[in-house]
Structure formats: C-alpha cells, structure tokens
Design a protein around this ligand. Structure first.
Ligand code: BJ8
Length: 425
C-alpha cells in the first residue's frame, strides 16, 4: 500500500530517498533494540505506536495545528520554556539530534571534532530528513556550550527563523536577571510570531499542563527504585525521549497509565530482569532519539538501568514550576525560578549536579554510575573527572565513557561495560 504521508513529506521539502533510508534504519534498529526485550509492560504499546508514527501521524497533527493557526517551535535544549511557548498559542517540539546523517556535508561546515549532537542537527538539516525541523515556524538556539553557540551562527543561514536565546553561565544574581530578561524577550518574540498575547489565565493553564507532564514522567522514574525493576532502562529512556515530541496532555495520560501498570507489577514483584540484577545510573550528556547505543549495550550485558541523570531524564524534568502566582509577572518569576535550577554542565561552578548524581544513586539503589560523555563535549567530559572522584569517595563505583553516535566502538564499549558490571556483582 502507498504510504499516505509521502505527499506531506514532499510538501515539507524532504529528500524522499534519504528520508526513506533513514526510516528503514530507524525501524530496523527499533525492532532489534526494543521489540526483542522480554516482559515489557503492556503500556509500552503506546510508545511503540508513537515511534512508528513519529514522522507520520505526529507530523500530520502538527501541520493540522498550523492550519488552525498555531505555530510550531523547534528546540535543542531544555532551557526553552514550554510553559511560555504553549501560552502564546504555539507547540514546542524537540528537534532530532541523536544520529549521524549527511556527515560529509556536515564536515564541510563544522570541524570534525565537534560533538555528535551538534553535527547531528546539521546533518538532519543538510540531509533534509527531519519533518519536525521543516515544520517549525521558529527554531530556538541557546547560548549554552561553546560548540552550540558557534554552531547556531552557521545554522542561521540554513533555517528560516532561527531565534537565539542567551543564557547565563553562572548561578549568580546577575545570572538570574539575565535569564529573566531573556525569557521576557522570548515571550515578546513568540507573541509577535503568533499574534497571541500571553495572559495570566493562559500561563496558569500551561504551567499546570507542563507540570502534569513532568510529574507523570517523574512518577515513572520513581517506580524504577523497585527491585526487580518494573521497566527496562531502554523503555524508560524512550518515554523520556517521547516527552519532547508528543502532545502534552496525551503524553501525561499515557505515562500515568503505564505507571498504574508498573505499580501493579511492583506489588506482584514482577520485573523486566530478575531481582538483584546489577543496577546502573547513567549520568551525563543527553541521549536524543534515536541514540540508544549505550542503554542497549548495558542492558544486554547483564545490568538494568534505573535512572538517567540527563536532560533527557531527571535533569530536565525533576523540578516543577510554582503554580500559585496570579499575574503574568509572578508566573514569569516562577518559571525563571524553575529553569534556573537546571544543573547543566555549562554552569560554573556546578556543585548541584554532583550532589544530584549522588542523591539519585542512593535513591534508586544504583550499584554503580556510568558517566556518559559525548566525544568533544567539553562541559560534560571535564565535569566527569570531579564527578568520578566525588562518587568514588562515597564508594559508588563509576565508569567514565566517552563515545559518539557511531557503532565502531560497540565491541570495545561492551567489553568495558561487562567488566564494570562484573565488578558490581
Ligand atoms: S541544558 S545538557 S540540553 S545545553 S553534548 S551540545 S553540551 S558539546 S546538549 Fe544540553 Fe541544554 Fe545543557 Fe541540557 Fe554542547 Fe556537550 Fe554537545 Fe551538548
């Protein structure tokens, strides 16, 4: 049967042959990595469906929203405040940056020794294979690490409407003032784009919507404290990845539904792996779709992942926004308070992150921590040394991994990870 989405992709300007090739690889990897897992919760059926329609039905929904007058905003960072985007009658989507694509073309624009995440977002643009990017009315870049900061200067000429948000690097009073000013400037830019003013009423509603979504995914995370773990790290990561694409209300309902099922599993001591399987906490760079390499290796090497200290994980979702404000001013302050707590490694100094890793390792009963650093990512790779020292001082075994999106190092990684897991037993 003909694919019903081909004309939609064509209208978005995708390179159909390249896009087909990407979907084929994605589909195969998904089948091999996810559908071969044993004892998956039934609720994962929803996420399997979402992934099977990630470039189909979800894009159609976004285009329908556009036809009804909403705008689509693409983002590469958890500092882009979804509450404000929704309140201005727009929808926020995370943009693909978890796979290598069109690398030859990318390396004509970016140095080879750029992190895989940055190269990936260039690859998806240059290869014309990301329908989210092509649907976006505004793409938001942010001044976080040096790599992204400079990359956006180049990306500016490739995308229609790139908006760059400045971000503080220090958690000082001045840093907070800057974040507030930037969120105000962003709100004004959104209002100009959509023609819809953010009101106290709309912002209150959207703060609640986003809080509900974060609370649901946090509920799912907390259930992973149980032994045996009721859900695999692969599946939990997938839910955290879908967080960035799905309709917020539907996502919240689906995650809460799977949590109900996981609670039943915990009561019956049913798990995805046997009790006492070595438990790993992953900490470090975000793992964007379809970057599933590390969790796949870990969970096919005899361990279970019980948490992600990452922006696609708890760093991005642990804090909620205070809901008590009644004016736009009070709620903007609450939004700034919430985001200012995000402990990304671009901040200096950044002791909160180490404290959070220790706390998570304890709360999730992790036997060890794998620090995941993307090659050439200075903020996280540099932080991995003090993090390792701090954890080892607390007798938490730690393995530092430095890798990219390629598959060449899978064998070597597996050997190191298996040895680490053996040490935890
Ligand atoms: S808040 S982690 S999503 S910036 S991996 S591009 S840091 S060189 S992604 Fe991030 Fe926002 Fe921070 Fe989170 Fe640079 Fe490192 Fe590449 Fe990175």
């Amino acid at each position: 049967m003909d694919n019903p989405y081909v004309s939609m992709w064509q209208e978005l300007g995708l390179d159909l042959a390249a896009h087909d090739a990407l979907l084929n690889v994605l589909g195969k990897t998904y089948t091999d990595f996810f559908l071969t897992q044993k004892n998956r919760p039934d609720g994962m059926g929803y996420f399997d469906f979402v992934m099977s329609e990630v470039h189909g039905l979800r894009i159609k929904e976004l285009l329908d929203e556009k036809s009804a007058g909403r705008k689509i905003i693409g983002s590469y960072c958890v500092f882009v405040p979804e509450e404000i985007v929704l309140a201005a009658n727009a929808t926020l989507v995370g943009l693909c940056s978890g796979a290598d694509f069109a690398m030859e073309a990318v390396e004509r624009l970016q140095p080879r020794n750029t992190c895989a995440l940055i190269k990936s977002f260039f690859g998806f643009k240059l290869g014309k294979v990301c329908p989210y990017l092509e649907s976006a009315d505004m793409v938001v870049g942010e001044n976080t690490c040096d790599g992204k900061k400079k990359a956006y200067e180049t990306l500016d000429s490739l995308v229609k409407n790139l908006y760059v948000m400045d971000l503080p690097q220090v958690k000082s009073e001045q840093g907070r003032v800057l974040l507030r000013a930037e969120y105000d400037r962003f709100k004004t830019a959104l209002e100009a784009l959509t023609g819809v003013a953010v009101t106290a009423e709309s912002l209150k509603t959207t703060i609640r919507t986003v809080n509900a979504k974060r609370a649901a995914i946090h509920r799912l995370s907390s259930l992973r404290k149980a032994d045996p773990a009721p859900i695999s790290g692969m599946d939990a990561l997938l839910a955290n990845q879908v967080f960035f694409y799905d309709n917020p209300e539907r996502f919240t309902t689906s995650v809460n539904k799977i949590c109900d099922e996981l609670e039943r599993r915990i009561a019956e001591k049913e798990g995805v792996f046997p009790a006492k399987t070595p438990r790993i906490l992953i900490s470090g760079c975000p793992q964007a779709v379809p970057n599933w390499k590390l969790p796949y290796i870990v969970e096919t090497s005899g361990a279970v992942i019980v948490g992600e200290e990452s922006c696609v994980g708890e760093r991005g979702t642990r804090n909620l926004t205070e809901e008590t404000g009644d004016t736009v001013e009070a709620m903007m302050e609450a939004v700034v308070d919430r985001y200012f707590k995000v402990d990304c490694a671009i901040f200096t100094p950044n002791p909160e992150r180490t404290a959070h890793i220790e706390e998570m390792a304890k709360d999730y009963n992790a036997d060890g921590v794998i620090h995941y650093g993307l090659q050439f990512c200075q903020p996280y790779l540099m932080e991995s040394f003090p993090v390792e020292r701090a954890l080892e001082e607390k007798n938490i075994p730690t393995l530092r991994i430095e890798t990219d999106y390629g598959m060449e190092d899978v064998g070597q990684l597996k050997t190191r990870i298996e040895a680490f897991i053996e040490q935890l037993r």
